[in-house]
Design a binder for this molecule. Structure first.
Ligand SMILES: Cc1ncc(COP(=O)(O)O)c(C=O)c1O
Length: 347
């Protein structure tokens, strides 16, 4: 069995799903799904990685944003009440910061009752659980990411997961995407660097808009090239429980250190999915916000806050009060090993 088939069948086994297709990243997985399945309208929360609405629009579907809960930045079923539902409508449900979407069961029921297809975004929580089932097994489809800093980090790569039918048509869509030529790993790393820079806070909205326009023009994130998988990390999905538990410990450690360092700042509790991705700091006193941010950045610690920019990029001045509050108060420290080193030396 070739490594690709082996990896796909291993993921299929873990998630107990119908079909899996490895992709160059989660963005490409979503793009191929939108195009291949002919989805025309997508409802998604405003607090999400910019690549998600980007993939939806570029795939040819209309985006409808809904607000999020100000307490944890996630979607609630109440946000779906006034959405417009057309014939081919999908709902993207992300599970972020180690949390399952709020009222997840009600969201699934709402989608069933309204004939809306659920796509779970498990980019941040591969191997996480909800009521002892794996996340990604509840919707019709799910997208996963194995990019830098994710709990399974091949440096690149993603997957499209189907709980409904075989991915034949979508595989054909992926086959039609370009492949990289030459030293593809080097090129991929260059792309990755450019791409992930967009995730960090010290980039202005202007820079982000320029970056986004460049992405639109080149569409380089949409590739049918997954050769980075075995080169970067081997096909090891076997240690997923162990890996998630290691990340969990690392998250708890980072959380403890931040609590010591920044008194009176609320550091969010352990995740309910069992997978850490980012430690959230809640800083309601805005005068202290910049101080904390610049201290972390000066220490070379990766801090992210950019999801807030998605709203402004796609909606101009449209207001989402829940998200505004969440965005203003939150800072995220990414869990990657190098961060821990720095924090340890710092204390
Ligand atoms: C919630 C979420 N969705 C989608 C993505 C996009 O993943 P990828 O970089 O593999 O395309 C990310 C990346 O960070 C993410 O955090």
């Amino acid at each position: 069995m070739c490594w690709q088939t082996e990896a796909e069948s291993r993921i299929r086994e873990i998630l107990d799903c119908r079909d899996v297709c490895l992709t160059s990243n989660a963005t490409t997985a979503l793009f191929a799904l939108i195009k291949g399945d002919g989805i025309k309208r997508v409802i998604l929360p405003v607090n999400i990685c910019f690549s998600v609405p980007f993939a939806v629009r570029t795939g040819g579907a209309e985006v409808e944003f809904v607000d999020v809960n100000p307490e944890n930045g996630l979607m609630d079923v109440c946000h779906l009440q006034n959405t417009v539902i057309d014939a081919k409508t999908a709902l993207i449900v992300p599970h972020l910061y180690g949390k399952t979407a709020n009222t997840f069961e009600e969201i699934i029921t709402w989608a069933e009752e309204n004939n809306v297809m659920v796509v779970e975004d498990i980019a941040q929580c591969f191997g996480g659980h909800f009521r002892s089932e794996y996340l990604g097994s509840f919707g019709a489809f799910a997208i996963a990411s194995f990019g830098k800093g994710k709990n399974i980090d091949f440096g690149f790569g993603g997957a499209l997961i189907s709980n409904r039918s075989s991915l034949g048509k979508i595989r054909a869509e992926l086959q039609s995407l370009p492949r990289l030529s030459g030293n593809s790993l080097e090129e991929k790393e260059r792309l990755e660097r450019t791409y992930t820079r967009g995730h960090y806070h010290n980039q202005s909205l202007v820079w982000f808009q320029q970056f986004y326009r460049r992405l639109q023009k080149t569409r380089t994130v949409f590739l049918n090239d997954i050769s980075g998988f075995p080169l970067n990390g081997g096909v090891d999905f076997h240690g997923i429980e162990k890996r998630n538990s290691e990340r969990h410990d690392l998250g708890a450690k980072i959380r403890g250190l931040l609590k010591q360092r920044f008194e009176n700042i609320y550091v969010e509790e352990a995740p309910d999915t069992g997978v850490w991705w980012r430690v959230r700091l809640v800083i309601p006193d805005l005068t202290r916000h910049d101080l904390v941010l610049s201290t972390l950045i000066q220490k070379g610690i990766k801090v992210s806050k950019l999801y807030g920019a998605v709203t402004r990029l796609f909606n101009g001045d449209e207001q989402y009060p829940g998200h505004e509050k969440f965005y203003r108060e939150s800072l995220f420290v990414d869990i990657i090993e190098e961060n821990l080193d720095r924090l340890v030396r710092w204390n």
